[in-house]
Design a protein around this ligand. Structure first.
Ligand code: KE4
Length: 424
């Protein structure tokens, strides 16, 4: 069966035909294709098309698709049992690796998605501080947690519902969403709410309204203000963790959060999240403390085997160095194509993450990202797709290069981008 036939069937039994909204192509038009298989930097759809893939499963595929070390590890683990609900050695090895690579994390608990990770961080912070209010930033996306679906990014923004229906006003009232990169507004929020703010949660490098960066003083001000007011600083590193550096964004910026949320890469493509931080905070969790949090499949051996294999391979090949080289090569080609196009475009890249905004810069927050011309982006997306390059089907996402991409793949991508821009 072809993609269109599966899509017709899917729409009958799955809302929008997809199990996650951003896959629906609503922001770019057209119909999503269905994957037949994926390997390395490439994906093939049911209709016989081959693409160079920069969605990368939205971050997990940092080694590319079906890396041998990960597939072998999953196969070996599966032969010994799929899930036990009884402690297994691999979850200890994963906890030790995370704590070694991210020293701000003294204790960590595995969960099954980034959403569970951020949700658990919020509950823990509220219990530890005995406060209720949470500060987040417009356009940052932390999963579909009720408390955080306020002016959220990613699919919520893509589909025009940054503040979701179904979240009680009482929850919204406890969430303060501020513009990113505005230190004065953060200070003001603490002055106005200081004894009530439990935590500030932030994507240290926002990647869910497109990709943009913290200005020099911004993250340090968050750290200072939380310290001064007895609130916790939560870094949502579900995307940036182990991607932008071995120790994530907290290593890049030299800032120690009180709690971190992780996901994506640590699962090697299987469903995994994790949250961790200072032991005195984490020990508030059941069974040691009064904060309940649990999960049938948390730390299951398959997901642990996949994540450990991926992280260890990334370290063995010093993947971050290769990703920087490939990213720099792509940036040069993309900037040449953009300069050649005479279109208002802002290109952002950090390591293997990149984004093409169809708007003049500077782009430093959600408001500036929303100046982007979504119609132009849609044409660009399809122009690249028909040339065999698959970017994220939304202006408000980031692209991901993997260690499986080759310099030749990057050259071909640069050529497709140049032609797609010339066609606009
Ligand atoms: P999950 O619950 O989707 O595993 O993770 C939620 C999450 C938390 N924090 C950050 C910074 C995230 O980016 C995400 C999820 N990312 C989106 C794409 N930007 C997932 C793609 C999707 O929703 O289908």
């Amino acid at each position: 069966m072809k993609s269109s036939q599966f899509l017709a069937r899917a729409r009958k039994r799955i809302p929008g035909g997809v199990n996650s909204p951003v896959r629906a192509f609503r922001n770019v038009g057209g119909e999503p294709f269905f994957i037949a298989r994926a390997e390395g930097a490439k994906i093939w759809d049911l209709d016989g098309n081959e693409y160079l893939d920069y969605v990368g499963s939205w971050g997990p595929a940092i080694l590319g698709h079906a890396p041998k070390v990960v597939v072998d590890a999953v196969r070996d683990a599966a032969a010994r049992g799929l899930s036990f609900g009884i402690p297994n050695p691999l979850e200890v090895e994963m906890a030790e690796l995370i704590c070694e690579w991210m020293p701000s994390i003294e204790k960590v608990r595995m969960v099954n998605s980034g959403t569970e990770a951020t949700m658990s961080c919020v509950r823990l912070a509220r219990a530890f501080t005995r406060r209720d209010k949470i500060v987040k930033f417009d356009g940052c996306y932390h999963g579909h947690v009720d408390a955080l679906l306020v002016k959220a990014g990613s699919g919520a923004l893509t589909h025009g519902q940054p503040s979701s229906a179904g979240v009680p006003q009482a929850f919204v009232d406890l969430t303060i969403s501020l513009p990113f990169n505005n230190a004065e507004v953060v200070r003001k929020a603490f002055r106005e709410n200081n004894s009530e703010i439990a935590a500030v949660i932030v994507e240290p490098i926002p990647a869910n309204a497109g990709l943009y960066f913290p200005e020099e003083n911004f993250l340090p001000v968050l750290r200072e203000e939380c310290e001064r007011n007895g609130a916790l600083l939560i870094f949502d590193e579900v995307i940036t963790g182990f991607r932008v550096a071995r120790g994530g964004a907290q290593e890049v910026f030299g800032i120690k959060p009180d709690l971190s949320a992780l996901g994506k890469i640590i699962g090697g493509g299987l469903a995994v999240g994790a949250f961790g931080g200072r032991a005195e905070i984490m020990d508030q969790l059941s069974p040691n403390g009064p904060v309940y949090q649990a999960g049938t499949l948390s730390g299951n051996p398959l997901a642990m085997a996949a994540g450990l294999a991926q992280l260890r391979e990334l370290d063995r090949i010093n993947g971050w160095k290769l990703l920087e080289e490939l990213g720099a090569q792509y940036e040069k080609l993309a900037r040449d194509a953009i300069n050649n196009s005479n279109i208002d475009i802002t290109f952002h890249r950090l390591g293997s993450m990149f984004c093409v905004f169809f708007a003049a810069g500077p782009i430093v927050d959600l408001a500036s990202a929303q100046r982007s011309d979504l119609k132009m982006f849609a044409k660009f997306f399809h122009g690249c797709l028909k040339r065999g390059v698959c970017f994220a089907p939304s202006q408000f996402e980031s692209g991901f290069i993997s260690t499986s991409h080759t310099p030749h793949d990057i050259e071909a991508t640069g050529a497709a981008v140049r032609e797609a821009l010339a066609e606009l």
